[in-house]
Design a protein around this ligand. Structure first.
Ligand code: C2E
Ligand code: CA
Ligand code: CA
Ligand code: CA
Length: 281
C-alpha cells in the first residue's frame, strides 16, 4: 500500500472508514433485533452411536430479519461478539435454550439425560455476571442443570486462566457441562487446555470435511481421539455429512456425531417432530 504513495494510503483510510460506519450501522440494527426479539435458536441434533438415538442438540443462533428473512450467524456474530451487545443477546440465548429444555421435558420428548448445548462467546464468559446469568436462566425455567451444556472455545482463556477455571468449576459444581468447541483449531498448548475442567471435546468440522481421504486430517482426528481418551473426556465429531466419514470416525473410537448426515439445524417445531418420530438411522 505504501508503495502506491498518497493515493494508496488515501484509499486505505477511506475503506477503513467505510468499514467502521458499516459496523455502526450493523450494530444499531443488532440492537434493534435484540430489543424486538428477532433472535431465535435453531437446533441441530446430536446422534449417539451406542444407543442409535438423538441424545442431544446444539442451539445455533438465527436472526429472523423482518425484510431479509432468516440470517445465519456468519453475517453478524463477529460484530455482536466485539460489542457489548453480546451480553444481552447471550442472556436471551440462554433463556431461550433453557425454556426449550423445560418445554421438551414437559412434553415427555426428552429425558434428563438429553443435553442441549449453547455457544458462549469469550466476552460473554468473561463478564462478571456470567455465572449468575447461567444459574438464573436454569432456575427461572426450573430445569435439571445437567441438561445444559456450554460450548466454549480455546479463545476463552487468553486473559486469565485462573478466573476461567474458577467460573467453570462453580458452574460444574451445579451440574453444568462444558465442551471445547472447534478443538484443535486454536493456538493454545495442550498443557494449557489440560487445566480446563471440561467434559467433552468437539472435533472441528475442518478435520472431518476431507477425512478419511486426507491423511493429515485422518491423523489429526486419531490424535484428538487419543487425547480425549487419555484425559477421560467425551467426544463428539461435528460436520459429519457422509456415511464414509461416520464409518471412519466410529472405527477410530468416536461415538457421538453431529452433522448434516443426521440433520441440519432446524427450528423448534421441527426438532420436536424429529424427537417424536425418530427416523431409522
Ligand atoms: P459452530 O459452533 O462451530 O457451529 C457449527 C456450524 O457448522 C453451524 O453453523 C452449523 O450450522 C454448521 N454445520 C453443522 N453441521 C454441518 C455439516 O454437516 N456440514 C457443514 N458444512 N456445516 C455444518 P452456523 O449455525 O452458521 O454457526 C456458525 C458459528 O456461529 C458457530 O460455529 C458458532 O461459532 C457461532 N454461533 C452460532 N450460534 C451462536 C450463539 O448462540 N452464540 C454465539 N456466541 N455464537 C454462536
Ligand atoms: Ca458450537
Ligand atoms: Ca464447532
Ligand atoms: Ca466453528
Amino acid at each position: 500500500v505504501k508503495e502506491r504513495g498518497r493515493d494508496g494510503i488515501a484509499f486505505f483510510e477511506q475503506s477503513m472508514q467505510v468499514a467502521a460506519s458499516e459496523r455502526l450501522a450493523i450494530e444499531s440494527e443488532l440492537r434493534r433485533a435484540i430489543s424486538k426479539g428477532q433472535f431465535c435458536l435453531y437446533y441441530q441434533p446430536q446422534f449417539d452411536y451406542r444407543s442409535q438415538r438423538i441424545e442431544g442438540a446444539e442451539s445455533l443462533l438465527r436472526w429472523q430479519h423482518p425484510e431479509r428473512g432468516l440470517i445465519g450467524p456468519g453475517a453478524f456474530i463477529d460484530v455482536l461478539e466485539q460489542s457489548t451487545l453480546i451480553l444481552e443477546a447471550g442472556r436471551q440465548i440462554l433463556h431461550q435454550a433453557c425454556a426449550f429444555i423445560a418445554e421438551l421435558l414437559e412434553a415427555g420428548l426428552i429425558t434428563p439425560q438429553f443435553s442441549l448445548s449453547v455457544n458462549i462467546s469469550p466476552r460473554q464468559f468473561r463478564h462478571a455476571s456470567f455465572v449468575d446469568d447461567v444459574l438464573e436462566a436454569i432456575a427461572l425455567h426450573d430445569i435439571p442443570t445437567r441438561c445444559l451444556s456450554l460450548e466454549i472455545t480455546e479463545g476463552i482463556v487468553i486473559e486469565n486462566i485462573n478466573d476461567t477455571i474458577d467460573k467453570m468449576n462453580l458452574l460444574r459444581s451445579h451440574g453444568v457441562h462444558f465442551a471445547i468447541d472447534d478443538f484443535g483449531t486454536g493456538y493454545s498448548s495442550l498443557s494449557y487446555l489440560k487445566q480446563l475442567p471440561v467434559d467433552l471435546l468437539k472435533i472441528d468440522q475442518s478435520f472431518v470435511r476431507d477425512c478419511p481421504h486426507n491423511p493429515n486430517d485422518a491423523e489429526i482426528i486419531r490424535a484428538i481421539i487419543a487425547i480425549a481418551t487419555s484425559l477421560h473426556l467425551g467426544l463428539i465429531a461435528e460436520g459429519v455429512e457422509t456415511q464414509e466419514q461416520l464409518t471412519f470416525l466410529h472405527q477410530q473410537g468416536c461415538e457421538q456425531f453431529q452433522g448434516y448426515l443426521f440433520g441440519r439445524p432446524m427450528d423448534a417445531s421441527q426438532l420436536r417432530s424429529l424427537l417424536q418420530n425418530p427416523p431409522d438411522y
